[in-house]
Design a protein around this ligand. Structure first.
Ligand SMILES: [Zn+2]
Length: 151
């Protein structure tokens, strides 16, 4: 199935203050991300497992769209965020990539000290035991807030 822009627009516009999409899309901000094990649907009709929760900054309406539509139509760049999430979900000692670190900080999943630590060590292969334990702890917090396992 295609990403149906008309369907996405029909979903987003009634939740926005502006009446044309080009202005309406700027009212929205990314407030959360999630990886689901079960399929869900983006308002465009596409089946998705990567959910981007967005909130309207003017009227506080909330909804979610898929990882493609958020980039393509809403204009919020998530970069390699989901690839990074999948990597740490698979291996909680893995290094988070830069997009994941930035978004995790912006979304309030990690503290400033943790942000600096992850950034400093994002390309490091060798970490001390203490650093590894810290990384694992941070990664698990990010995973707990973003990965929804099937029950
Ligand atoms: Zn979509």
């Amino acid at each position: 199935m295609e990403h149906n822009f008309e369907k996405l627009k029909e979903h987003i516009l009634p939740l926005s203050n502006a009446t044309d999409f080009h202005h309406a899309k700027n009212e929205w901000k990314l407030v959360g991300v999630e990886i689901n094990e079960d399929w869900d649907n983006c308002p465009c009709g596409q089946s998705i497992k990567e959910l981007c929760y967005i909130e309207n900054q003017l009227n506080n309406q909330k909804t979610y769209v898929g990882n493609v539509c958020i980039n393509k139509f809403i204009g919020i760049d998530t970069g390699n965020l989901f690839a990074g999430l999948k990597r740490i979900a698979k291996d909680d000692l893995a290094n988070a990539n830069e997009d994941l670190i930035i978004h995790a900080y912006k979304l309030g999943y990690i503290f400033e000290k943790e942000y600096s630590f992850l950034m400093d060590t994002k390309n490091k292969r060798k970490l001390s035991e203490k650093q590894l334990a810290w990384k694992q702890k941070i990664n698990n917090r990010i995973i707990n807030q973003t990965v929804v396992r099937a029950k």
